[in-house]
Design a protein around this ligand. Structure first.
Ligand code: F3S
Ligand code: F3S
Length: 113
């Protein structure tokens, strides 16, 4: 799978969404998350991110390795009003902005620019 790392946090440029042929890039509150099972490893999203937040899992810079598990953890969460975990919704567009973040992203201090 491809993974969205720390540079996306509080930036959320969203250019990546338009490139994904399988619509597997989901929008949280402070970052976006690639569904590890739905991503077909096409790599189309990677070059369009202006802050170079997207990497193939094996190429993730060491500092952002924890985001591999964090992207996965995003989908294990249960959203308010949902019966069970998000799981594999099979398409991000119909869900829109989900308003929550995975544990690691949620724990990061606000980015100061
Ligand atoms: Fe984030 Fe880059 Fe996409 S900043 S929303 S990963 S284009
Ligand atoms: Fe989509 Fe990027 Fe995977 S464009 S299929 S999330 S490599």
């Amino acid at each position: 799978t491809y993974v969205i790392g720390e540079p996306c946090v509080d930036v959320t440029d969203r250019s990546c969404i338009e490139e994904c042929p399988v619509d597997c890039i989901y929008e949280g509150a402070r970052a976006l998350y690639i569904h590890p099972d739905e991503c077909v490893d096409c790599g189309a999203c990677e070059p369009v991110c202006p802050v170079e937040a997207i990497y193939y899992e094996d190429d993730l810079p060491e500092a952002w390795r924890p985001h591999l598990a964090d992207n996965e953890a995003f989908f294990a969460q249960t959203l308010p009003g949902m019966e069970g975990p998000l799981g594999s919704p099979g398409g991000a567009a119909k869900l829109g902005r989900l308003g929550i973040d995975a544990p690691l992203v949620a724990s990061l201090p606000p980015r100061e620019e």
